[in-house]
Structures are given as structure tokens and as C-alpha cells.
Ligand binder design. Sequence first.
Ligand code: BGC
Length: 380
Amino acid sequence: MYRSMLFSALLFLIIACNPSNESKDRVMQARITKESFGNVKGEEVFLYILENRNGMKVSITNYGGIVTKIQVPDRDGSLGDVVLGFDSLKGYLDDHPYFGAIIGRYGNRIDKGAFEINEESFQLPINNDPNSLHGGFQGFDKKVWQVKEHTIEEGGGIELSSISKDGEEGYPGKLNVTVEYALTNDNELLIDYRATTDKPTVINLTNHSYFNLKGAGNGNVLEHVLRIESDQFTPVDETLIPTGAVENVKNTPFDFSTPKTIGERIDSENIQLQHGGGYDHNFVLRDSSSKLKSVAIVYEPSSGRQMEVLSTEPGVQFYTGNFLDGTLIGKGGKSYNKRYGFCLETQHFPDSPNQEKFPSTRLDPGEEYRSKTIYKFSIR
Ligand code: BGC
């Protein structure tokens, strides 16, 4: 007993005195609690609640890897839940627009669900007529993921893993996927994606959280002030497939290179905005390298909450919840109307398997797919 106390005290001293532990400490401290969240086809799924030392909490279920809640303080210190979603599993099992979910194998659209690899043609199911969207009818958002809770050495988070079979939803190759979520003491939600394949395939993973920094269900997001680290976007046709062009945002409603409210020009006469019913476009990041860099920063003046997005990806889909229509009843019985949430989905560009000039989304055997995104919260 005394020996073990002495050992713990010694361990504490070693950790406390070693400055190289500082960065580990960012992730080490999140406390994880686990609750039952219900059953999916007879299999029990869970809710994992990560809490850091500032009281920030992130709740994640292994059904779809869905982030169900992000509770962060406003400038007066009161916690608010800033992502759209449901109070119970049932809402997520019914039809919904991918609230908080892991998207795969391919985030966003592939033109008519068709592509070729090494001259072999593949046809995906059409779930967003006439295209394939977000991995098909049974995408990664509907999987029950295996979970490993991290030990203290590895960080305060959970690692989700899954095997996607060769041919699943039409995609070639057996894919081994892991997605790691961690919460740091700097109020960052880290998402780390990895995958390997046994046949050449395509992959583009993202997370589909809908944010409202005023709190989920508390009105629309038009007053949020947004900056995106981008000077270009990829225009789309009326089915939201990229035309292949890359256009400058200067002098268009797509210019968020300096901070603008989301609502300032969302309803301008602009053919691209008409195609999306608002913003629903891929922005090409100024630094499109695979280094971790700032993607966007959003500030909500009434609450003082701010969120920065960082990523290793070359693009981001900025979507303003244009298809929300008030029919979905979310958390606390509040309905989600048009533009009640926005998404910043870090990604490779939509339809890349058919666009030679876009950065490649191909993954070959022997390679490892890696992607990392951070949502960092603060107040102003
Ligand atoms: C797409 C939208 C779609 C939404 C929900 C976004 O990533 O770009 O067009 O409606 O996801 O499915």
C-alpha cells in the first residue's frame, strides 16, 4: 500500500518535472465516461463523454462515429451545446442529413457514382440523384464502429475502427479504417483518420458536424463572422458536381479571405449560390499542402464563442444547412430550420476520382491514408 503510494508520488513528480510532457498533457487530461446509448440491429452502442479540465465536453457515439454534443463555454462561462443533433439514438437511426457523422468512403459527390481505376469501371449506388453522396446508402455514418478507449499514456480520447469489405457500397478494396477522437486541455477536438487498402481504391473521409455557436436550435447562423484561408473555390453544375474549373473568389460572394458575416451575400443573385441554395461549395485552401494549417475561423458575436478549424486537407466544403427545412426536431424539442447550422467539412475536392486536375484521392496497397483535423474553441 505505502509502496504503491510512494510509486504514484514518484511518478507524479517525474511527469510534473519533465517539460517534454507538456504537449502530451494537452491530450492526457480528458476524462472519459461511457454510457449505453441504445441498440442498433441488436448490437449495443455507447456514448463516450470526454471532458477536459476546463469543463468542455464532447460526446461521441460509436454508431456512425457521430459527435452528438460539443459543450463549450460562452464569454460568461456558461456551457452551450454548439452542434445540431438529437437527444437520443432514435433520431440518428431515422433519416437525417449526416448530423455529426464520420463520412466515408467518399465525402461529398461522385458524378453519377461512376469512376475508373486502372481502366476498370466502378459504379456506386445513386443515393443523391443523379450522383453518389457521402459514401452511399450504408456509408460510414451508419456503421457500428469498434472502440478502444485510450489509456492515459496515449491521450484522452477514443479510437474507432472498422473494416469496410471489398465492394462495400460499390468501392473496390478491403479497407481498414481508424478514426481517433481526442479532446485537449486547449479546448481542441482532434480527429485523426487512417486507412489502408488491399486493392487500389479512392477515399475521402470527413466529419459532418453542423455548428451553431449560439447553441443548437438557437436561430440561424447568418450573423456568424467567417474567414476562410482560401482565394479560390470549385464551381459546380446544377447537380452540385464540380465543373472542373477553379475560380478566384475575389469580387464574388465567395470571398471570405477577410472576415464577413455568413449572411452578408448569401442571397445575392449568383448562379453558384442558386445551385446550392446558399453556400454548398468546396474552397481550395491557400496552402493546399498536407501540412496542418489553419483552414477557417468563425466568430459568433452574441455569445463570444469562436472556433478555428485546422487540417492537413487541401479543401473544405462550406455548407450552410440550406436543405434544413424545420421538419427535423432536434435536441430539446427545437426544430432545425434552413441555415440553422453550418458545416466546414475538411476534405479532398468533390468528384476527384473523375477530375484529373484535382489532388488525387487514390489509395494503393502499401500506402497509408492519413488525415487530421482540429476544431479549436475559444472566446472573444
Ligand atoms: C453536401 C450538401 C448536402 C449535405 C447533407 C454536404 O456535405 O455538400 O449538398 O446536402 O452535405 O447531406
